[in-house]
Design a protein around this ligand. Structure first.
Ligand SMILES: Cc1ncc(COP(=O)(O)O)c(C=O)c1O
Length: 419
């Protein structure tokens, strides 16, 4: 995709820190983006700038006023990125913590009785929060079983489980194990057709880096992201909540500002780095649209990202140059099926006769970073029903190249030949 725009790939890669080398290992290919995407250089600079600022928000001095302005601007930028014209954006400890906070408040503060619905596809962050708080609030937890073959879940699957007294439902936007997306709008419509007032909370943590977020169209109440998985940095999570979720009782200071879901002093630098992320999407979009509208630019960037990631995953599955793809290599298994239109930049694989952990170690030795997913509390929900104790997760982002995929395929081919 980006290859059709001469020089663009170099410009993209030049905007990211440690794009082809690791300070510990040296030269390496980064296919561990689902564990934490590369960081924008602008984010690194912004973080350094704000780390030096001693001032706090809410004081009457110019420095403090500037911090408040930067936070407010970043919240607006985040809403633009998320496609949310109402509700509010706030930050917390991590994506997990924010999912727990949104889900616990929704479960505790909705009408007594009824049930909470979630899926077996979900990361334990939302599953654990929903099950724990359903128990505390004496509500039943009803699981929707995902489809093992496609590695995702459909609106019809939810429709079979949701009841008119489903108070809260959780949705995973994209699985970090199978890499497959979920049609959040269709699922939310299915839920609301049965339980119109249900509070719907979405885990968008794995999806965000792949772009195209459009909260206004989803008709949901909460959406969590982890900025380090979308080109910002570690140390904070970000959530969007609807006006009606904002208004529910929640932990807050007595007589504090109404609707404030933040607890304690904010890190202005974290907010400012999210503005860097949004600016990056806008910059990228300018290569794909003449529109001056910021949202148009973000959506154009997202389309281009999606198209390029498809080029990468197709190359990995079906081959590139004279290299065979994973689908044609002996003994390679692909989770979620080979031809799956729901795939978002990720291929989860096994090789007969080589343990996943050994594949990851061998790839590491050749400077190719991937990750083992074990059938533990993170991924057992996906791997156990498939009868797998582990798999290798190869997760890409739009700054990865076909040349990197070719190096990976060469390494896998040789590994199979040496078996
Ligand atoms: C889909 C999903 N949800 C939740 C999490 C947890 O995110 P964090 O560790 O940032 O809280 C992850 C992390 O991998 C994830 O991929």
């Amino acid at each position: 995709m980006f290859q059709s725009k001469p020089g663009l790939m170099e410009e993209i890669r030049n905007r990211f820190a440690q794009v082809d080398s690791c300070p510990v290992q040296g030269k390496r290919i980064f296919f561990e983006n689902a564990g934490g995407a590369l960081t924008l250089k602008s984010v690194v600079e912004t973080s350094q700038h704000y780390a030096a600022v001693p001032d706090n928000q809410g004081r009457d001095n110019v420095a403090s006023h500037e911090l408040v302005r930067v936070i407010s601007e970043a919240r607006d930028n985040a809403k633009l990125f998320l496609g949310a014209s109402s509700g509010q954006v706030f930050t917390g400890e991590s994506g997990t913590e924010l999912l727990f906070r949104m889900i616990s408040n929704a479960v505790l503060e909705t009408e007594a009785g009824g049930n909470v619905v979630g899926t077996t596809l979900e990361h334990p962050a939302s599953r654990s929060a929903a099950q724990r708080w359903a128990k505390v609030a004496n509500k039943e937890y009803l699981p929707v079983i995902h489809n093992d073959e496609t590695g995702t879940v459909e609106a019809e699957d939810y429709a079979k489980v949701v009841t008119p007294d489903t108070r809260v439902a959780t949705i995973l936007h994209t699985s970090p194990v199978t890499g497959m997306g979920v049609d959040v709008k269709a699922v939310s419509e299915a839920i609301r057709s049965i339980s119109p007032d249900c509070y719907i909370i979405v885990d968008g943590i794995q999806h965000a880096a792949h772009g195209g977020l459009d909260i206004d169209s989803y008709n949901i109440d909460g959406y969590a992201i982890s900025p380090y998985k979308v080109f910002s940095r570690h140390g904070y999570g970000m959530a969007w909540i609807s006006d009606r979720l904002s208004a529910l009782p929640h932990d807050s200071l007595i007589d504090g500002p109404e609707g404030n879901w933040e607890l304690g002093t904010r890190d202005t630098g974290s907010y400012a780095t999210f503005s860097n992320v949004v600016q990056y999407f806008e910059w990228l979009g300018e290569s794909f649209t003449d529109s001056k509208d910021r949202r148009d630019k973000i959506l154009s960037a997202s389309k281009a990202i999606h198209a390029h990631e498809k080029v990468l995953t197709d190359a990995m599955l079906f081959g590139t140059g004279n290299l065979k793809g994973l689908a044609d290599l002996d003994g390679v298994g692909i989770i979620g099926g080979i031809n799956n239109p729901k795939r978002e930049g990720l291929v989860a694989m096994t090789i007969d006769g080589i343990a996943a952990a050994d594949i990851v170690t061998k790839l590491n030795a050749q400077g190719i970073r991937t990750h083992t997913r074990k059938a533990d509390h993170y991924s057992g929900n996906i791997l156990n029903p498939l009868g797998l104790d582990s798999c290798v997760r190869v997760s890409m982002c739009h700054y990865n190249t076909e040349e990197e995929v070719a190096e990976f395929l060469t390494a896998v081919r040789d590994m199979i030949a040496d078996k």
